[in-house]
Design a protein around this ligand. Structure first.
Ligand code: E4P
Length: 219
């Protein structure tokens, strides 16, 4: 399973890249705004800065919601770097745009997916990635991981090449759930990734090993 980090924060992206397990980055307009990035030129420069850090795909979301504008915006984003994946919302014009980008060989990430039907449409249109938001479904007492399971079944039934990018991941249990189901990718905060490191028996075991070593060395 590929690990993407869901942030526009350059420090966190660097930290995840340095850990050696990062496969890509996803951003969205809210994450860009959180970093205080606004204005076309700043946004473009920020995507370039992310691409310079990461070895892997970088999702950059279009702001337009009509077909013609999405095409213009997406083509400009795709020209920035080979790593750019054009992130397109799950709306009617978005599906048409994904079809267009797919024919042109431009990678896409269909975002804001909350149902198996939406994921089926995205795959039919030729999306490279589909992003079901599992955390936001859990927030409304709906089974987010259950949706990943449904999409996995449908995509496997027809050998759709679209990759399931489990998004809105909030914690390490989400990551493990996605891995068990067979999601192709997960995107979440750095804290969810580093939480995988943690086990109290690892901490106490290491403390004992180091204490025994020091005792044997007469320290
Ligand atoms: C997907 O690519 C989105 O950026 C993201 O995962 C949304 O997550 P949130 O629900 O934590 O905002």
């Amino acid at each position: 399973m590929k690990f993407f980090i869901d942030t526009a924060n350059l420090e966190q992206i660097k930290e995840a890249q340095d850990l050696g397990v990062l496969d890509g980055v996803t951003t969205n307009p809210s994450l860009m705004a959180k970093e205080g990035i606004s204005g076309d030129e700043n946004v473009i420069n920020h995507y370039k800065a992310i691409c310079a850090i990461v070895d892997g795909d970088v999702s950059a979301e279009v702001i337009s919601t009509n077909y013609e504008e999405m095409i213009k915006e997406g083509e400009a984003l795709a020209k920035l770097d080979d790593k750019i994946v054009v992130k397109v919302p799950m709306i009617k014009d978005g599906i048409k745009a994904i079809k267009y980008f797919s024919k042109k060989g431009i990678k896409t990430n269909c975002t804001l997916v909350f149902s198996a039907g939406q994921a089926l449409l995205a795959a039919k249109a030729g999306a490279t990635y589909v992003s079901p938001f599992i955390g936001r479904l859990d927030d409304i007492s709906t089974d987010g991981l259950g949706l990943i399971e449904e999409i996995r079944l449908i995509y496997d039934n027809y050998s759709f090449p679209t990759q399931i990018l489990a998004a809105s991941v909030r914690n390490s249990a989400h990551i493990l759930g996605c891995a068990k189901i067979g999601a192709d990718v997960m995107t979440g905060p750095l804290s969810a990734i580093t939480a995988l490191l943690k086990h109290p028996l690892t901490d106490s075991g290491l403390a004992t090993f180091l204490a025994d070593h020091a005792k044997a060395a007469g320290k």
